[in-house]
Design a protein around this ligand. Structure first.
Ligand SMILES: [Ca+2]
Length: 283
């Protein structure tokens, strides 16, 4: 019985050592390696697809946009913050989806390329465009979106403050007090009463410039889905409704340039310290 079993076992061993078995083992091992290699490759591709905070892309009009990751933050200011006003009550907010945000305010050169005009009071390709009503900014987004087949819009108030703070809880992304603002932006004490070329001051942790000062920036106040291809409806609405703008400007004191500071005007209002920057939604 034992001899028979040994013979059978020897037979199996001989079979496994045959050329067919060797080929099978080779193929099996190769497949295992192939799976390992494919897995590693997918891992690398996956990491590449995951954008890093502050990662920059450049669009068709030379506008740089930084990746703003999803996350939660405290919006508004603490009661102890100097110059705070009562509409800055702190709330916990979540930005559910990451998005691309203009690294700077829209420049006159970028505006001209999309709109074919330049309504600005101060002239210069790299100066921020101003004298822009809210619906002008919305129209710019619509045309740029049509040109690139992407979804451009104004940032919401939550998105704008979240991006401005970039993880900070101080009055400015550079810290507290006027000295901190001097590093980050142009306001009434360092501007010489005019706009300045974008991107000259210290950016925040996500690479955003002029989030404090230079020109104040119109923001969206409705869910993003309401901001597309409904221009005539929005124009009618804004006659009744005010629109917020954020960040303060070259003409305003330091207290009005804080991360939490909010300003409101009629959406038809055009002034030489009021411009905007854009969001491009992730496809
Ligand atoms: Ca600004």
């Amino acid at each position: 019985m034992n001899c028979a079993a040994n013979r059978a076992h020897d037979g199996m061993r001989n079979q496994l050592s045959s050329p067919d078995a060797t080929t099978f083992r080779f193929l099996w091992r190769s497949r295992a390696w192939l799976i390992c290699i494919l897995g590693a490759a997918l891992c690398v591709v996956g990491q590449a697809a995951e954008m890093k905070p502050g990662e920059v892309v450049t669009n068709s009009v030379g506008m740089k946009l930084a990746w703003i990751p999803a996350g939660s933050f405290t919006m508004g200011s603490p009661k102890s913050e100097p110059f705070r006003i009562t509409n800055e009550t702190q709330t916990r907010e979540t930005v559910a989806k990451g998005f691309w945000l203009g690294v700077t305010e829209v420049t006159q050169k970028q505006w001209r390329e999309v709109m074919g005009t330049n309504p600005s009071f101060f002239k210069g390709d790299e100066l921020p465009v101003e004298h822009i009503a809210w619906h002008d900014a919305a129209e710019f987004c619509r045309r740029l979106g049509d040109k690139e087949k992407k979804r451009y819009r104004l940032p919401t108030g939550v998105e704008r403050e979240y991006a401005c703070r970039a993880g900070t809880a101080t009055a400015y992304h550079t810290g507290d007090g006027e000295g901190a603002l001097r590093k980050a932006g142009w306001f009434n004490k360092n501007s010489g009463n005019k706009t300045h070329p974008v991107g000259l001051k210290q950016p925040n942790a996500w690479g955003l410039y002029d989030m404090h000062g230079n020109v104040s920036e119109w923001i969206a106040q409705r869910p993003a889905k309401d901001l597309y291809r409904t221009e005539s409806k929005l124009v009618n609405l804004e006659i009744k409704d005010g629109r917020d703008h954020r960040g303060g400007s070259w003409g305003l004191p330091a207290g009005d340039c804080r991360s939490a500071s909010r300003h409101r005007n009629n959406g038809k209002y055009r002034y030489f310290d009021l411009g905007f920057r854009v969001v491009c939604e992730k496809e």
